[in-house]
Design a protein around this ligand. Structure first.
Ligand SMILES: NC(=O)c1ccc[n+]([C@@H]2O[C@H](COP(=O)([O-])OP(=O)(O)OC[C@H]3O[C@@H](n4cnc5c(N)ncnc54)[C@H](OP(=O)(O)O)[C@@H]3O)[C@@H](O)[C@H]2O)c1
Length: 272
C-alpha cells in the first residue's frame, strides 16, 4: 500500500500541529503549512513533514503553493482546512473590517484551498477534504456571532460539495470540536470591545467569564487529531464528525431536544 499523504493549513499550533504529529505517527507524509515556517522548530526536524509558508488569505500564494506541494509530494490524499481563529464580542460593535477578516480567514481561506485542489483531486480520481468546523457551526453562541457565521458557512459549503464531488470520488468531511486546549481562547482570540453606552457590559462580563471557565475544562488537542484521522480514513457517506465528549454530548442534546428548550436552558446559564 502506498504511503498516505496529507496537506494541512494552520500547522503552527493547537489542532493543526497535533494533527501533523498524529498523522506522522501513523506513517503518513504531511505538507504542513503555516504563516511563519520558522515558528515551530520541532516541526522542521520531524521526518515525514514538508513545511511551507502559507497565509490562507493570500489567493495567489494559495494557488502557487498547492501546485508546489502537489509536485513535491507526488500526490495528496487528504486536504485539511484547519487555519482559523475566533472573533468574539457584541455584533453591534464589530467593524466591517473585523467581520470581513473573520470570513476571509475561516470561510474564504477554506474556499481558496479547496478550489486550488479540485482540478488535481479530480484528475487523481480520489481525495478527502476535511474542513474544521466547530459546535459553533451547528449552534449559535452569544458573542461568537461572526465566528458562528463563518463556521455555519463552512458547514453549508461542505454539505453542498458532498453531492457535487461524489461523482469524482472526492469525499468531504466536517470535524466539529467543542472547547479544546489550544491558542484559540488565547493568542488567537480577537476580542471586539463594545463602548459602554451600547449596554452590553453585563452580558459581556457574564458570557466571557463563562467561556473562560469552560476553556479551563477544555479537552486535550489529541482528541481532535484522532477524530481528523478517523474522518480521513473512514469510508462511507458520513459528513459530520463531532470531536470530543463535550461536542458529542451537546450535539446529541441538540438533536434530541426541541430547539426552544435548549435555547431556554442556555439563556438561563449564559445571560445575566
Ligand atoms: N480550540 C477550540 O476550542 C476549537 C473548537 C472548535 C473549532 N476550532 C477550530 O480549530 C481550528 C484550529 O484552531 P486551534 O484551536 O488549533 O487554534 P490555534 O492554536 O490558535 O491555531 C490556529 C491556527 O490557525 C492559523 N491561522 C490563523 N489565521 C491564518 C491565516 N490567515 N493563514 C494561515 N494560518 C492561519 C494560526 O497561525 P498563526 O500561528 O500564524 O497565528 C494557527 O496555526 C480553527 O479553525 C478553529 O476555529 C477550535
Amino acid at each position: 500500500m502506498s504511503i498516505k499523504k496529507a496537506f494541512i493549513t494552520g500547522a503552527s499550533s493547537g489542532i493543526g500541529l497535533a494533527t501533523v504529529q498524529h498523522l506522522v505517527e501513523k506513517g503518513w507524509e504531511v505538507a504542513a503549512t503555516l504563516r511563519r515556517p520558522d515558528a515551530v522548530p520541532e516541526l522542521q526536524q520531524q521526518s515525514g513533514v514538508r513545511i511551507y509558508a502559507l497565509d490562507v488569505c493570500d489567493s495567489q500564494q494559495v494557488k502557487e503553493l498547492v501546485q508546489q506541494a502537489w509536485q513535491d509530494m507526488g500526490h495528496i490524499d487528504v486536504v485539511i482546512n484547519n487555519a482559523g481563529y475566533g472573533a468574539i464580542g457584541p455584533f453591534e460593535a464589530a467593524s466591517e473590517e473585523a467581520v470581513a477578516r473573520q470570513m476571509d480567514t475561516n470561510y474564504m481561506g477554506t474556499v481558496r484551498v479547496i478550489q486550488a485542489f479540485l482540478p488535481l483531486l479530480k484528475a487523481q480520481k480520489s481525495g478527502v477534504i476535511i474542513n474544521l468546523s466547530s459546535i459553533a457551526g451547528r449552534l449559535g453562541f452569544p458573542l461568537y456571532n461572526i465566528y458562528n457565521a463563518s463556521k455555519f458557512a463552512v458547514e453549508g459549503l461542505t454539505e453542498s460539495l458532498y453531492y457535487e464531488l461524489h461523482p469524482f470520488n472526492i469525499a468531504v468531511r466536517l470535524v466539529e470540536p467543542g472547547p479544546i486546549k489550544t491558542e484559540f481562547n488565547g493568542r488567537s482570540k480577537q476580542e471586539v470591545v463594545a463602548p459602554d453606552h451600547l449596554g452590553y457590559e453585563a452580558l459581556t462580563t457574564k458570557v466571557l467569564g463563562f467561556y473562560d471557565q469552560m476553556f479551563q475544562h477544555a479537552e486535550e488537542v489529541d482528541v481532535v487529531a484522532r477524530t481528523i484521522y478517523r474522518a480521513a480514513t473512514r469510508k462511507g457517506s458520513r459528513i459530520r464528525y463531532p470531536a470530543g465528549r463535550n461536542a458529542q454530548l451537546l450535539l446529541l442534546l441538540n438533536k434530541l431536544t426541541p430547539g426552544a428548550w435548549l435555547r431556554r436552558i442556555s439563556r438561563a446559564i449564559l445571560l445575566p
